[in-house]
Ligand binder design. Structure first.
Ligand code: 6R9
Length: 566
């Protein structure tokens, strides 16, 4: 599946498109690919989701049930006047209603915007507002704690549906179960391949989060890589551990496995080494897609510990989201009998672009080679052109534009979108090297975005909240290297003149940030500074803050930055 670059681009896409059933009139709707097509093919009884509740309960949901339930939700949306193209935001944990809501929205022709359940009110407000979300599906708890107070600021949000007990008691919101129970199932709207389907907010260095927009045709790439890179095939029991609030949780937690007719384990519980090993064993997981932070936590528990369970069904282990060390790759072999296969991609690419594919030994420490049909290169920007660098040299990882799951826009920001492309190539903002065998090696980011426990965090979003604290005059936020989470969010704060830089103040600012941003995004560490370093144009020089923190030289990467930065 993973070919050298420069392969014919035409053929793989034709083959990839053949993985889609399509609609009779030539339409393409992800919800049809993910559910209804399997029912039509007589496979409605196959288990689509094997849900494991945090309290030990379990439930199997068949493709037929998923098709029916999502059809009902589509019916509800349509009867509520939600037109195709409207945004339906989903703020839920790992529960089957997440799949029903996402597929139902797609079925009605709406655009799904997944939100991370661990976000605080501020990132949620920002995304609902910027996405002009008309509908929100969430839980009574999340609604009460994070959304209810914001309703007046969200004029577009006219319908809120709540999943779970207590939903009926909250004013201004409907009970999800009751609402869909009252509606007849609706077949998918015949969307075109280029119609918008998914809106993923992602973070940049500067400014607010960017809404990366994907179209229904993205499913072509999800299925193609699900099969070719993760090796998924019918009969598999697949477990993608990514949170549904992030892009991996949608592309490979929902779309890819369902489109391929594969059974997915959906675990509501939080990470726990024993729970995870038991799931791999007891559910007879065959393909497991996870992330380096989880792998490092398992490594802490030890290979011996992991070997207390048995994994005869397990066939393939893959990883995404952060650098995967050679040691972690090999540890997979010692603990589970198979090495972890690293894969690389981004919210903007929509699907895996560079990978160690299933069926071959991975190159430990390398992200692998470009996926079939993808042309990847390591380049340097030179004005409005890009120059490939020599094998082994450092440059920016670039992809030739035009693959099916490429993002089609940043919501309301054409300029920023255009700035990502030079000379027909998409520039990823990641620094990498390619070796003579064509393997890609991750080096770091060309900008200041932070990766913590696999989640992409924009420093500006954190700084903006810190600056709202009455004692804060200025803030600079960086990712501080961390042995488990890869990076943790660290803030440097200059206080206003009459404020005391003491422990009580530190705690107060950290708690303030946590209330607004949520624990997953808020700084874990905070240091007071008399002043922050600035660029000539007056921006905080985060790179210098980071270099001071790590002892590494800041380096001169000036030619590599500038993804839409002024
Ligand atoms: C899918 C996802 C994208 C950024 C990306 C890079 C980092 C992803 C990686 C990796 C090293 C890998 N990243 N995969 N770094 N090795 N295999 O994570 O999307 O949240 O948009 O993050 O994550 O820096 O640019 P997203």
């Amino acid at each position: 599946m993973v070919a050298g670059e420069n392969g014919s681009v035409e053929d793989p896409w034709r083959r990839a498109r053949a993985l889609m059933a399509g609609l009779p009139d030539g339409g393409l709707n992800i919800s049809h690919e993910a559910a209804d097509r399997h029912v039509a093919a007589g496979r409605g009884d196959v288990t689509a989701l094997r849900w494991l509740g945090k309290d030990g309960s379990r439930r199997d949901i068949s493709f037929a049930e998923l098709a029916e339930q999502s059809g009902r939700f589509a019916g509800f949306l349509t009867s509520a006047g939600v037109e195709p193209g409207s945004v339906v935001a989903v703020l839920l944990g790992r529960v089957p209603e997440l799949h029903v809501a996402a597929l139902g929205a797609l079925k009605a022709g709406a655009v799904v915007c997944p939100l991370f359940a661990a976000f605080g009110p501020e990132p949620i407000r920002e995304r609902l507002l910027r996405g002009r979300a008309r509908v929100l599906v969430t839980t009574p708890q999340a609604y009460r704690a994070k959304v209810a107070a914001l309703r007046a600021e969200l004029p577009d949000l006219d319908t809120v549906l709540l999943v779970g007990d207590g939903a009926a008691d909250l004013e201004g919101a409907l009970d999800f179960r009751a609402a869909i129970g009252a509606c007849a199932p609706m077949p998918p709207v015949s969307t075109r391949p280029e119609d918008p389907a998914l809106l993923h907010f992602t973070s940049g260095t500067t400014g607010r989060p960017k809404g990366a927009l994907h179209v229904h045709e993205a499913a072509v790439m999800h299925a193609f890589t699900g099969r070719g890179v993760l090796g998924l095939r019918k009969g598999d029991v697949y477990w993608c551990t990514a949170d549904p609030g992030w892009v991996t949780g949608t592309s490979y937690g929902i779309v890819a496995p369902l489109a391929l007719g594969v059974t997915s384990v959906v675990d509501e519980g939080e990470f726990d080494p024993s729970r995870w090993c038991a799931i791999l064993q007891d559910e007879a997981v065959t393909v497991w897609y996870t992330a380096p932070t989880a792998i490092r936590l398992l490594m802490r528990a030890g290979a011996e510990f992991a070997r207390s369970w048995r994994y005869p069904a397990l066939r393939h282990l893959a990883s995404v989201g952060e650098p995967l060390t050679a040691e972690a790759v090999e540890w997979g072999r010692a603990a589970f009998g198979h090495p972890f296969h690293d894969t690389w991609w981004q919210t903007e690419t929509g699907a895996i672009m560079v990978a160690n594919a299933a069926g071959a030994d991975p190159v430990p420490g390398s992200m692998g080679r470009p996926v079939e049909g993808i042309e990847a290169a390591v380049v340097r920007r030179d004005g409005d052109r890009i120059m490939p660098v020599r094998d082994g040299d450092l440059g920016e990882l670039a992809l030739r534009a035009g693959w099916p799951s490429m993002f089609r826009a940043y919501l309301d920001d054409d300029e920023r979108y255009r700035a990502c492309f030079v000379d027909g190539w998409y520039l990823s903002g990641d620094l990498a090297r390619r070796d003579e065998q064509g393997h890609f090696w991750f080096v770091g980011r060309a900008d200041d975005v932070i990766k913590s426990s696999g989640h992409l965090i924009g420093p500006f979003e954190v700084e903006r909240v810190l600056m709202r604290h009455p004692a804060v005059a200025e803030a600079g936020v960086i990712g501080k290297p961390d042995a488990v989470a890869f990076e943790i969010v660290k803030a440097f704060v200059v206080l206003r003149p009459d404020c005391n830089a003491d422990e009580a103040m530190r705690r107060d600012i950290l708690a303030f940030a946590r209330r607004q941003l949520g624990a997953a995004v808020a700084p874990k560490e905070l240091a007071f500074a008399d002043a922050l370093p600035h660029t000539r144009s007056g921006k905080v020089l985060r790179r210098l803050l980071k270099a001071n923190e790590t002892g590494a030289p800041p380096g001169d990467l000036s030619t590599l930055e500038g993804r839409g930065q002024p």
